[in-house]
Ligand binder design. Structure first.
Ligand code: C5P
Length: 311
């Protein structure tokens, strides 16, 4: 998360989207969730969130950009209310969300907004009143991906996705990506429901994948893997056809992130990405974004000019 502004009345942050560079499902658990091994990475595609103290009681949210709930149905509101209650704090909050990241796309936008809200509210109400462990515990109650976004960068996620092991930024290669949102959402429970665990063997090797992300690794592209690709394609045949079409027409590999519907392609550099954006635009394949990962995950107040381009 990047803090754009912070004072005693107002905190503004950038909440990055993520890609799953690697996602293996190890089994189904008794609580209905799946046991995962994943490598997640934040990218320079951002929502913006402003949290302000308000004289009116309660939490109010205003959203611009993409259509999404502005009441308790939005994870941002639940995040703010849960933290206020944990801190036994009665102040009112007024939230503003500039929603840029597509929803239902496997890009973690809602989870990132929720994590950004927790960090921004904690900062607004006074650093030190709530510790990181408490924030992580609250984050895990909001959604499996939320704890990752408290840290960001590149990290291994285990368990339901909530057990995070950061991968040292100084040791991680960075990549330019083009992310394609095909204009239609995918349902995470539906995709998990279509997963046939007997088809996910043999297990892929997380340790080997992490080595490929290291700066010291050879220059070739890592072996991206996502066990949810097959159930995603079976659940959404028209999106599987679109994936096949963009692969055939561009001659590039597009990987599904999370449970879809977005797909990403590694490009050589920004210029290569711009060329691919143009091609995808000509094909009317959906909305495409040029971005880089990992996104800077500093907690400093900074103006980062590297916002994602889009068409
Ligand atoms: O935790 P979150 O609300 O993001 O999960 C959404 C849905 O995704 C769950 O209801 C479940 O169907 C599926 N899921 C899962 N195993 C995980 C994470 C998510 O089955 N580790």
């Amino acid at each position: 998360m990047i803090v754009l502004e912070a004072n005693e009345r107002r905190v503004a942050v950038r909440a990055p989207a993520k890609l799953n560079l690697y996602l293996d499902v190890l089994g189904k658990r008794g609580d209905g969730f799946h046991e995962l091994e994943s490598v997640m990475q934040t990218i320079t595609l951002y929502d913006e969130l402003v949290v302000e103290r308000s004289d009116a009681p309660g939490v109010r949210l205003r959203v611009e950009g993409r259509e999404c709930p502005s009441g308790p149905g939005n994870l941002v509101v639940r995040a703010a209310e849960t933290l206020l209650s944990a801190m036994q704090e009665r102040t009112g909050l007024s939230l503003f969300l500039q929603k840029n990241t597509p929803l239902g796309a496997g890009l973690g936008g809602g989870s990132s907004d929720a994590a950004g809200t927790l960090l921004a509210v904690a900062r607004l109400l006074g650093e030190g009143r709530v510790d990181r462990d408490e924030l992580s515990r609250i984050a895990a109650t909001l959604g499996s991906d939320v704890p990752f976004f408290l840290i960001g960068g590149t990290a291994i996620a285990r368990g339901r996705g909530e057990r995070i092991e950061p991968i040292e930024a100084s040791d991680t290669r960075s990549f330019d990506y083009v992310v394609l949102y095909p204009g239609r959402e995918a349902s995470t429970p539906r995709v998990y429901g279509a997963l046939d665990l007997s088809l996910t063997f043999p297990r892929h090797n997380l340790r080997h994948f992490c080595q490929q992300l290291r700066r010291s690794a050879a220059d070739n592209v890592p072996n991206y893997y996502n066990a949810l690709t097959t159930p995603f394609r079976a659940s959404y045949p028209e999106l599987a056809r679109l994936q096949d079409r963009v692969v055939a027409e561009t001659g590039r590999v597009f990987h599904v992130t999370g449970s879809g519907s977005a797909m990403f392609c590694v490009v050589r550099d920004e210029a290569d990405g711009e060329g691919l954006l143009q091609e995808l635009g000509d094909m009317r394949a959906g909305e495409a974004f040029s971005c880089r990962g990992p996104a800077p995950s500093s907690d400093r107040t900074t103006a980062d000019p590297s916002a994602a381009g889009s068409r």
